[in-house]
Write a protein that binds this ligand. Structure first.
Ligand code: F3S
Length: 389
């Protein structure tokens, strides 16, 4: 891979051991994937934050690094609400280790926002055509597909390397030729809300790491696109998709290798196969809730009390900017947790079955959280939390 004189100097250790190690990671990835060179990134989103996932080895690795990030860099959800972790049932030892992890990132200049929806709280991280180094699969999908920026799905170390160096290797989704659709998906039904999670759940399984191009009836909202991309990234490994007349156009001519037709019947089968009955907890906010989603939850809960645990996950900046909404939700007995989510926190391990409106959580809860999962619309999830069904 070609390196400029400055990059070569970093690679040789002229700017210290940390940057040398970071450049080594970038060059190794570039060599594996046949990158011609490095490319500057506008922002970085770093996975490998929850102590549940990184453990002691990860904490040591991060703590050992010196220096400062050189581009705006924020974090993925941690293993707990950084303020209300006791309410989540998190133990002291885990909390201490999680805080140490956060402090290690803070020392490197990373902004301590722990969210998978950075685009909901900052508008200066990604625009059409920007190169990024983002990690979390739903954020990667949203950045590539809805914003029209360009990012591979970075691992924690490679994202941190990009943050400290300010560049990433130019391969994969950074290049036009790898951004052409592979599957045409015709959806013959009017979808809303969690239907997009169910659709993503189905399509991800079929296309795996392909690039679906959707023809939908009607235009989905940003939250629905968020849910669609998140589910496809979980049930498959879709990092880029298109929706006709909604998302930015694919570059260059393309031809579908396969055509997929789905309708109401297939979507409904997902709900039937994964019912919410028997759930002892309901969790919303995967990916993290937007303001509009918090408003919808508050409306449905108004004047009522939950009979089951109801967790709502969002970014701290969104909760802090909307205290009345948070209070309205919590008046019902539900809890709004920030900085974390139902999948990356060990707090969910004490439950037997979780009901969710998220196609992504439906995939990950059993595998990563050890909790059975059911899928329902937002209204159905609230009904279960209220003990109505
Ligand atoms: Fe975000 Fe956690 Fe879901 S990181 S996409 S809320 S699994």
């Amino acid at each position: 891979m070609y390196l400029s004189r400055e990059e070569e100097g970093i690679y040789q250790g002229e700017r210290g051991e940390t940057l040398r190690r970071m450049m080594e990671i970038l060059v190794a990835l570039g060599d594996i994937y046949g990158a011609e060179r490095l490319v500057p990134v506008r922002s970085v989103q770093i996975a490998g934050v929850s102590y549940k996932n990184i453990g002691e080895a990860g904490l040591e690795w991060i703590s050992d690094l010196q220096g400062r990030v050189v581009v705006p860099s924020i974090l993925n959800p941690a293993g707990m609400d950084l303020c209300r972790w006791k309410e989540m049932g998190i133990g002291e030892e885990f909390a201490r280790r999680q805080q140490e992890t956060i402090e290690a990132y803070r020392r490197l200049g990373v902004t301590i926002d722990c969210t998978c929806t950075p685009y909901q709280i900052y508008d200066n991280l990604a625009s059409l055509g920007d190169h990024l180094a983002w990690s979390e699969s739903s954020a990667v999908s949203y950045a590539n597909s809805v914003i029209g920026a360009r990012t591979n799905r970075e691992g924690g170390p490679s994202a941190l390397a990009a943050a400290l160096v300010g560049k990433t290797a130019l391969y994969g989704y950074h290049l036009d030729e790898n951004r052409r659709p592979t599957h045409l998906v015709e959806v013959e039904a009017n979808l809303r809300g969690s239907d997009f999670g169910a659709l993503g759940f189905l399509v991800g399984r079929i296309v795996k790491d392909g690039i679906p191009f959707f023809r939908l009836q009607g235009a989905p909202s940003r939250d629905e696109l968020k849910a669609l991309g998140a589910a496809m990234a979980a049930s498959g490994s879709v990092a880029l998709y298109y929706v006709e007349n909604v998302t930015p156009e694919p570059p260059g001519p393309w031809q579908a290798e396969e055509m997929i037709r789905l309708g109401r019947k297939e979507i409904d089968e997902v709900y039937l196969k994964y019912p919410g009955s028997g759930a002892d907890v309901v969790a919303l906010g995967c990916p993290h809730c937007s303001v509009e989603e918090l408003q919808a939850i508050a409306r449905l809960l108004q004047g009522q009390k939950v009979k089951k645990e109801l967790w709502v996950c969002t970014a701290r900046k969104i909760a802090d900017a909307n205290p009345d909404l948070v209070a309205a939700i919590e008046d019902s007995g539900a809890r709004v947790f920030c900085d974390t989510c139902m999948v990356v926190s060990p707090a969910t391990e004490g439950f037997a079955k979780m009901m969710t409106s998220s196609g992504k959580a439906l995939v990950y809860l059993p595998g990563l959280g050890g909790v059975a999962a059911g899928l329902g619309s937002l209204e159905e999830c609230i009904d279960v939390a209220l003990g109505r069904s």
